[in-house]
Design a protein around this ligand. Sequence first.
Ligand SMILES: Nc1ncnc2c1ncn2[C@@H]1O[C@H](COP(=O)(O)OP(=O)(O)OP(=O)(O)O)[C@@H](O)[C@H]1O
Ligand SMILES: [Mg+2]
Length: 257
Amino acid sequence: MRRVIFNQKGGVGKSTITCNLAAISAVEGKKTLVLDLDIQSNTTQYLLGEKISDSYQTITRFFRNSLSLGLFGAQDSGLDDIIHETPFPNLFIIPAHAEMDPLQSKLESRYKIFKLREALDRLEDFDEIYMDTPPILNFYSQSALIAAEKCLIPFDCDLFSRESLYTLMQTLSEVKADHNENLEIEGIIVNQYQAQANLPRQLVEELMSEGHPVLNSRISPSVKVRESHSHSKPLVHYAPSHKLTEEFRALHSELQE
Ligand SMILES: Nc1ncnc2c1ncn2[C@@H]1O[C@H](COP(=O)(O)OP(=O)(O)OP(=O)(O)O)[C@@H](O)[C@H]1O
Ligand SMILES: [Mg+2]
């Protein structure tokens, strides 16, 4: 299964959710790949403990190669050579890299938007693939939306997030209609949910009454998230029996149903 985690709004929990769901999938014995498509490299840092300085070992290389295809007899190298092991069994990552950014306009003008999907189609070995995206609809997030079968939308119970959800749904319908008819919105993940507070409850109820596909599992706010980032250990490894880890496990099993 290939999932993209996307919301063009920043800071809603895309990277946190990507890494923690992927880590649980790996713990459950599935060979799992995380693809970091955000130049910020937060997911890379979370799972590897550092950003990667040499672009040769990153997604930048893959896209750069796709631009030089045909030149000097260059071959499409695919994704195999840029997959890194993480410290966690069954969990692998293709890291992001700062030099992704300057490639974008060339990739766009030469219509390389399907390259990622084609490369993932050729990659056979993984049970689960999770793609983290930047907080913007750019070449990289579009490539991921085109390559994915399912889309998860983190929502952080904020009024601005609620407003931006309409644009997001519009964007997803457009990608589906124009480029990827198989794309399914798997659900909205309610993150930083405070059950005692009025506003989050009200916002979530409104979304549901409008027919948005809100998932049942909720993720609470917890300082453990920041701690686990700073230790570069997803929660299932950093705090295996913490309430938040249980919430992520519940979310992961809801997605398997
Ligand atoms: N459930 C949570 N409880 C507490 N803090 C959280 C939770 N989820 C996310 N955060 C914090 O919110 C911030 C944003 O999270 P994250 O980086 O995962 O969001 P993002 O959508 O990937 O951001 P960006 O759009 O910049 O890529 C981080 O500092 C993270 O630690
Ligand atoms: Mg992020």
